[in-house]
Ligand binder design. Structure first.
Ligand SMILES: C=C(O[C@@H]1C=C(C(=O)O)C=C[C@H]1O)C(=O)O
Length: 369
């Protein structure tokens, strides 16, 4: 299949207002799309389902599933080069005023200092104008962010979302589970690794400790890698990779423990979530939720040749799950682009710096407008 045919089929599906998702995994060149031929809204109930899950921040709300009627694959796709520099100063409007966000951060810092919370992630929306078709915006994402999970999701009963996320929530392949702790942000300047301060080191450490604690009874041989700087577009983050063995494939239990991690919610989990729902002043919907392949089939052709036996080729079918946190994303409502951004607040946070961090993060998506 050629890229033209691939994208024409997606365009045609979107024009019929039918659900679809198209995505590229980090550091891969292939594209995959799942197309659903009815507008039924399927939901994930127990994580035994198979398809593409699109789950909101608030786990009380429904987790949408695209059940593929048809899967399209493009083995390799080279996006047209795109130079965003000239687009970077795009005019974005703040939804909600700056004072509100500064006060929100200040209140969180006070709450942390009083000992009610250790960390809370606070976010907001910026608004821009989309002047291109959604699939053209998606192609720009592909051109800019080769190490992110890039996606476009559409369901007539949910809306249209696009994103390029650097954060893995969970991968499960052959009983091997991988996740990561990602937090702390610095701008990417001249390719130089940043000097990390105490504030970033602490906020990332909280996430690592939380994940280790959450998984310790679910996962055997749990192992945390070393702390590293990870680049994400024009930003750097601190990252620790964490892996282990998941014996009983209890995805529902693991996700219940893991999501939302303090990378997008806070610590303690329930208190910080309540703080967000009470004070942030808007509905995050799918921002800081998670998305990706759930129990997808992978067929492998194996061959075995034993002495005195014919060469046998047989098929084995594995299932795998690969979920990402829905960060660096936007929602398209007609030609309005709503860009969702946030940052982790700890005792050492300065409201103006936190505001600047959200402006910086918004450029990941505003660069494609
Ligand atoms: C909340 C976001 O990002 C998260 C928060 C980070 C931080 O506080 O430094 C860094 C990476 C993500 O875990 C976002 O991009 O909106």
């Amino acid at each position: 299949m050629t890229p033209e045919v691939f994208f024409d089929q997606l365009e045609n599906h979107l024009s019929k207002e039918l659900p679809l998702v198209v995505y590229r995994k980090p550091m891969k060149s292939g594209l995959r799309a799942l197309l659903q031929n009815t507008d039924t809204l399927y939901e994930v109930k127990n994580f035994k389902e198979s398809g593409f899950v699109f789950a909101p921040f608030d786990s009380q709300s429904r987790k949408v599933l695209i059940q593929s009627s048809e899967m399209l694959e493009l083995a390799s796709y080279s996006p047209k080069k795109f130079e965003p520099e000239e687009y970077l100063d795009i005019d974005l409007k703040n939804v909600g005023n700056k004072d509100h966000h500064l006060r929100l951060v200040q209140n969180a810092v006070s709450s942390i200092k009083q000992g009610h919370l250790k960390k809370v992630v606070l976010s907001r929306i910026l608004k821009g104008q989309a002047t291109m078709k959604p699939l053209s915006l998606f192609q720009r994402l592909l051109a800019l962010y080769s190490n992110a999970f890039c996606y476009l999701f559409y369901h007539p009963k949910v809306g249209l979302w696009l994103g390029a996320t650097p954060e893995i929530l969970l991968q499960v392949k052959n009983n091997r589970l991988t996740t990561m702790s990602l937090a702390g942000t610095k701008p990417y300047v001249n390719g130089q690794e940043p000097e990390w301060g105490e504030k970033e080191i602490l906020e990332q450490k909280y996430v690592t400790e939380y994940i280790e604690e959450a998984l310790k009874n679910e996962i055997s041989e749990l192992n945390s890698g070393s702390l590293e700087s990870a680049r994400s577009g024009k930003l750097w983050h601190l990252r620790t990779k964490i892996s282990g063995n998941i014996e009983n494939q209890n995805l529902e239990g693991v996700l219940e423990k893991l999501h939302p991690t303090p990378a997008v919610c806070g610590l303690p989990k329930l208190e910080s979530k309540a703080f967000i729902l009470e004070n942030e002043g808007y509905d995050r919907q799918f921002y800081t939720g998670y998305l990706g392949e759930l129990n997808m089939k992978q067929e492998k052709m194996r061959s075995s040749r034993r002495a005195n036996q014919e060469n046998q080729v047989y098929r084995s079918i594995n299932r795998f799950t690969e979920l990402f946190v829905n960060l660096r994303c936007m929602q398209l409502v007609k030609d309005q682009a709503l860009i969702y951004v946030g940052g982790g607040i700890t005792a050492g946070s300065d409201p103006e710096n936190e505001w600047d961090e959200t402006v910086l993060k918004s450029k990941t998506m505003s660069s494609i407008l």
